[in-house]
Design a binder for this molecule. Sequence first.
Ligand code: SF4
Ligand code: SF4
Length: 67
Amino acid sequence: MAKITFNNEACKGCGLCVLACPKKLLQISSVSNKNGYFVAEITDMAACVGCASCAMMCPDCVITVER
Ligand code: SF4
Ligand code: SF4
């Protein structure tokens, strides 16, 4: 099973990863980091296929994909 992790402090809440996920698994959360940005989160890790589209799209290299 694939797993993704976020470096929350580097996230700017831009939402590009949300648009990139073909399974629509990502959203902007209600949690903000120390810079005041609401960070991205995954809604259903078990459904992630590990395609890494989100990680490739992220301009700040926030997302790490393991599979
Ligand atoms: S690895 Fe692919 S399926 Fe998993 S969250 Fe990222 S874009 Fe979505
Ligand atoms: S693309 Fe990167 S910086 Fe933008 S919301 Fe997603 S994880 Fe955060």
